[in-house]
Design a protein around this ligand. Structure first.
Ligand SMILES: [Zn+2]
Ligand SMILES: [Zn+2]
Length: 331
């Protein structure tokens, strides 16, 4: 089953520009080149933006019907968060080791920082000093099915909220340890609190071996001397940072921070903000925003679309160099 979600030219035009005279005139104030780019959203033969394709019934749109959000709905959402002049920093907090050596961890997080800085052009991305799992005082467990270590997502969010600096628009935690939201749940890829502007995302399942029998992160039994004994995390398995893991983590981070800005799942065009129900669907999602979501982000941050594209292009050129440094993907 392969299905294409194609909207009419008129629907896409309204979703992007809206019919509200104030928003129309705001759109017309954009640079002519910017408008030409954005108008590609409703050119049926556009080479830049295409329709969403659904590959199975388990894909997001089919299994999670939600109301679409056009630009006007985003614009008039009273609850969405906008960076204020005093709060224009995105903080990244790593929890536990990210790579197998300190150098790999540092290179990896520096890359994520640079990527986010280009994507959210106009905001500053800062790194908080890495912390160990024990520093968060979170609960943890061994998953009964997958036998890997998991940490409690809600406890991490509480920790991040307490640490949130004055100038932070948001703080996002990243970890290579799998997450669970509550005892009865199997796992989550991530969790965020939009009101607190904090999120935690795990890349544990993005490694090449997580879903294979060769997966080395299995733990036999949870043995600990006391409730504050976190020694099991000391030399715990970390997936290899391949180019695929890097790509997946860049996509996840920018998608999730997009939610913190109040962008909802995109149902207009193939777009980074499309929802995803499983890894294969997340991999299919493009790295870039469609014009409708780009206008939302532009409205929240206030960057020049042309300038942002220039910086993004530079980062994507560096990408080639980084991919050469990474272990080649095995699949
Ligand atoms: Zn999402
Ligand atoms: Zn979109």
């Amino acid at each position: 089953m392969m299905q294409i979600v194609r909207h009419s030219e008129q629907t896409l035009r309204t979703a992007l520009i809206s019919k509200n005279p104030k928003l129309v005139s705001q759109y017309e104030k954009l640079d002519v080149r910017e408008q030409r780019l954005m108008n590609e959203a409703f050119q049926p033969a556009s080479e830049l933006f295409g329709p969403i394709t659904l590959h199975s019934r388990s894909d997001w749109i089919t299994s999670h019907p939600e109301a679409p959000q056009d630009f006007e709905e985003f614009f008039s959402d009273p609850y969405r968060k906008t960076p204020s002049p005093e709060r224009r920093s995105i903080y990244i907090q790593s929890i536990g080791a990210l790579g197998n050596t300190r150098v790999i961890s540092e290179e990896y997080i520096k890359w994520l920082k640079g990527y986010c800085e280009a994507f959210f052009y106009g905001l500053t991305v800062k790194l908080l000093d890495p912390v160990s799992v024990s520093a968060t005082r979170c609960s943890f467990r061994v998953n009964d099915h997958t036998q890997n270590l998991q940490i409690h997502a809600g406890h991490i969010l509480k920790f991040l909220k307490k640490k949130k600096p004055e100038d932070a628009f948001c703080v996002v935690g990243i970890t290579m340890i799998d997450l669970y939201p509550r005892d009865s749940w199997n796992f989550v890829f991530g969790q965020a609190s939009l009101t607190d502007g904090v999120g935690i995302f795990s890349f544990a399942r993005y490694g090449k071996d997580f879903y294979t029998s060769r997966y080395e992160g299995k733990v036999k039994k949870l043995q600990r001397k006391s409730s504050d004994d976190y020694s099991i995390f000391d030399n715990y398995y970390i997936p290899e940072i391949t180019s695929v893991l890097l790509l997946r983590s860049c996509k996840t981070l920018t998608h999730e921070i997009g939610h913190i800005f109040g962008l909802r799942h995109c149902q207009w065009l193939a777009c980074l903000m499309q929802g995803s129900n499983h890894l294969e669907e997340a991999d299919r999602r493009p790295l870039n925003l469609c014009p409708i979501c780009l206008r939302k982000l532009q409205c929240a941050i206030g960057f020049s679309i042309v300038e942002r594209y220039k910086v993004m292009e530079r980062v994507q050129q560096d990408w080639a160099a980084v991919v050469r440094l990474c272990v080649p993907p095995a699949f």
